[in-house]
Write a protein that binds this ligand. Structure first.
Ligand SMILES: NC(=O)c1ccc[n+]([C@@H]2O[C@H](COP(=O)([O-])OP(=O)(O)OC[C@H]3O[C@@H](n4cnc5c(N)ncnc54)[C@H](OP(=O)(O)O)[C@@H]3O)[C@@H](O)[C@H]2O)c1
Length: 294
């Protein structure tokens, strides 16, 4: 029988909506980001998120912590059976391992580190248009999908020109495009292009790594006060209302719980519009036209 705390966790997990993707799979709208957490430190972070009700984690080869993530999944029993089927695991290919053969070899290594039989989503991390190999990489990705070792194929940081090039080479739009997206960097043209082509938008750095908590000369803080929630919850709720998938990162269990607890209030139309109006000209991260994560 389930205890009271088990029921609370089940309720938290169940409160998160699922977003149906263009391949028919359903991704939990909130996941835990895993960037900038050391391999030796990541297991307790993942475990506390699972205990809070997170059923989606967002990792990458480039975060150098897949081994620790794998340990957490094995030790909590989320690596197999019924528990595994209720968890969404995303990981990403290193840019330096793009290309057909390299991608297949990298995936084998990553799956081993994660101690899993399959991942829910495998993503190209950056388009690196100056060294474009996404078409060949995608062929490897579709092989992995055919084998059932990857369920959903995605990309990150793709601008419309990169999505179009990939489509022209492969005849397929990715299911998800994970892009930098937060109140002061809304990338409306990229979002509109994705919507038009049935590609789900996933926001990384959804709070601009914390910088947007103070955005708009206290705009976010005032809305938070009115609803008796935190500034983080206001920003994340705005994303949820936009239908965006979000992957906020926190190593603190209290913040993890807060970032999942977005369904007890709603922004008014004016509040939502006030956050829309915070859009600005500066990204917090890198430019996909020139950056490689290596
Ligand atoms: N595909 C890509 O190229 C790419 C690029 C960047 C990020 N990502 C993914 O997106 C995830 C999230 O992005 P991000 O980590 O850059 O930034 P973020 O989620 O916008 O912000 C994380 C920062 O906010 C703090 N924070 C979290 N919850 C908070 C709360 N409730 N109140 C106050 N502060 C809070 C965290 O501190 P504490 O940890 O100390 O709580 C951390 O410093 C990453 O972890 C990664 O999985 C992907």
């Amino acid at each position: 029988m389930l205890g009271t705390s088990d029921l609370a966790v089940a309720a938290a997990a169940a409160s998160v909506p699922g977003i149906k993707l263009n391949d028919g799979n359903v991704i939990p709208q909130i996941g835990l980001g895993l960037l900038r957490i050391e391999n030796d430190d990541v297991a307790p972070v993942v475990k506390s998120a699972l205990a809070a009700g997170y059923r989606h984690i967002d990792g990458a080869a480039g975060y150098n912590n897949e081994g620790g993530v794998g340990r957490a999944l094995a030790e909590t029993g989320f690596n197999k059976g019924r528990k595994r089927s209720h968890l969404w695991v995303t990981t990403k290919l290193r840019d330096s391992e793009q290309g057909y053969d390299m991608a297949l070899a990298a995936f084998d290594r990553q799956l081993g580190l994660l101690q899993l039989e399959y991942v829910d989503m495998y993503m190209i991390h950056w388009p690196t248009p100056f060294n474009w190999r996404s078409g060949a990489t995608w062929k490897a990705f579709t092989k992995l999908r055919d084998e059932g070792r990857v369920k959903t194929l995605g990309v990150c940081n793709f601008l419309p020109e990169h999505l179009t090039r990939l489509y022209e080479e492969t005849g397929e739009w990715p299911a998800v495009n994970q892009i930098e997206l937060h109140p002061t960097w809304q990338q409306r043209e990229v979002v509109a292009f994705c919507k038009e082509h049935g590609i789900a938008v996933e926001a990384y750095s959804p709070m601009a790594r914390g910088a947007d908590l103070k955005a708009g000369n206290g705009t976010i803080a005032r809305i938070a006060e009115a609803h008796e929630v935190s500034p983080a919850q206001v920003i994340l709720r705005w994303h949820i209302e936009n239908g965006t998938i979000i992957i906020p990162k926190s190593v603190h269990s209290e913040r993890q719980r807060q970032n999942l607890d977005l369904f007890g209030f709603a922004l008014t139309l004016d509040e939502h519009a006030a956050i829309d109006a915070l859009d600005g000209p500066e990204r917090a991260g890198h430019d996909p036209r020139t950056f490689s994560y290596a």
